[in-house]
Design a protein around this ligand. Structure first.
Ligand SMILES: Cc1cc2nc3c(=O)[nH]c(=O)nc-3n(C[C@H](O)[C@H](O)[C@H](O)COP(=O)(O)OP(=O)(O)OC[C@H]3O[C@@H](n4cnc5c(N)ncnc54)[C@H](O)[C@@H]3O)c2cc1C
Ligand code: SF4
Length: 320
């Protein structure tokens, strides 16, 4: 049976959420479309109702509000560098943006869309024909995970580089859905289940992303990938330290959700690194092997701490 396809372009957030509630069973919001349209061509997304958000001007604004900077979810990645408050206080976000995809994609993709781009796996992000020939895995309603041979869990990789940076800086997001409007720490929306990676209602619309002002974040960003452009992450690592001495490690590309370890500058950095390595549930679903990526977590985190120490951001207070 061919399902009827529907497309809407609302002009306000309220209208978008109302339409979403009406078409809830088969809906997909569309922002830059750089993830949605690829998934549609590969037939891993079969939703029939597209709600195009690009006509909602209110989601393209950035403003400073009391103790935080609020960035509209529809701000395109390439435009973030034009916002002086971001360059001044959150350069880590710009580093992460620069590591996303390619210049052309960054001119179309939005920050909100990047936070919700689908998890990746070498066995899943393939054409329908490829997946049928290999045998459909759990994430395509098959019976087995082709990466592990298991029948219960999917370990598709968390893909968003900007989310790793934002979680490192304790970002929150403001969401509207058919029930309510609420603000939640970004890291709390990710479930860790590769089959259903996000804990959001189907009608949930991210209105804005908030970053705390005045925390004085110092940071190091690193990304392992096969080529310097267009490649999704095989491992993204961020270490941040704020002015009251919170140390936060965040990893992407090595688990279905961001791996987060929080400590202080008084903690033993080797213990923090060990915790991060232990938490990452890496499987062989990438061009690099599981063991190589696991080893690279240690390499990147050690280098990151060295760089923070050399810049004197950790002084001598961090035990090693
Ligand atoms: C070749 C290629 C290479 C890439 N490499 C990288 C990479 O290295 N690192 C990386 O991080 N990403 C990478 N990406 C992913 C890319 O960054 C994402 O496709 C992009 O950021 C998604 O943004 P978008 O605005 O196009 O979202 P869309 O494709 O429009 O939407 C993506 C998802 O978010 C939902 N959505 C969008 N906006 C909202 C909103 N405001 N509220 C609720 N739901 C919303 C959509 O329904 C959809 O589920 C790559 C993509 C391609 C095609
Ligand atoms: S991790 Fe396994 S179940 Fe998940 S997408 Fe990859 S092959 Fe499929």
């Amino acid at each position: 049976m061919t399902l009827e396809k529907t497309y809407f372009r609302p002009r306000s957030i309220g209208e978008a959420v109302r339409l979403a509630a009406e078409y809830e069973t088969d809906l997909r919001y569309l922002a830059g479309g750089t993830d949605v349209m690829v998934n549609k061509f590969q037939e891993t997304d079969t939703s029939t109702c597209l709600i195009d958000l690009t006509g909602i001007e209110a989601m393209k604004q950035t403003q400073q509000k009391n103790d935080h900077l609020s960035i509209g979810a529809l701000v395109c990645l390439d435009d973030l560098k034009k916002i002086p408050e971001i360059s001044a206080e959150f350069p880590l976000l710009l580093e992460a943006v620069q590591a996303v995809a390619s210049p052309v994609i960054r001119k179309t993709a939005t920050l909100g869309g990047n936070l919700l781009c689908e998890n990746r796996c070498a066995f899943f992000n393939q054409s329908e024909w490829w997946r049928q020939a290999a045998g459909f895995c759990l994430k395509c309603n098959g019976a087995t995970c082709l990466a592990t041979g298991g029948t219960l869990n999917c370990f598709s990789k968390f893909a968003s580089d900007t989310a790793i940076a934002l979680v490192g800086m304790d970002a929150t997001i403001t969401v509207l859905d058919k029930e309510a409007e609420y603000t939640v720490p970004l890291e709390e929306i990710y479930t860790g289940d590769g089959l259903d990676p996000r804990k959001l209602d189907k009608t949930a619309l991210i209105r804005s992303i908030e970053l705390p002002i005045g925390r004085g974040f110092r940071s190091v960003f690193k990304k392992l990938r096969h080529r310097e452009t267009l490649e999704f992450s095989s491992l993204t690592s961020v270490v941040t330290i704020d002015q009251i001495g919170q140390v936060k490690i965040v990893l992407g590309g090595v688990d279905p959700k961001p791996v987060v370890v929080i400590g202080t500058i008084a903690d033993d950095k080797n213990e923090l690194i060990k915790k991060a390595i232990k938490k990452a549930r890496i499987v062989d679903n990438d061009v690099y092997s599981r063991l190589y990526r696991k080893e690279m977590i240690g390499v990147y985190l050690n280098k990151s701490f060295e760089e923070l120490e050399q810049a004197d951001f950790l002084s001598n207070k961090l035990a090693s």
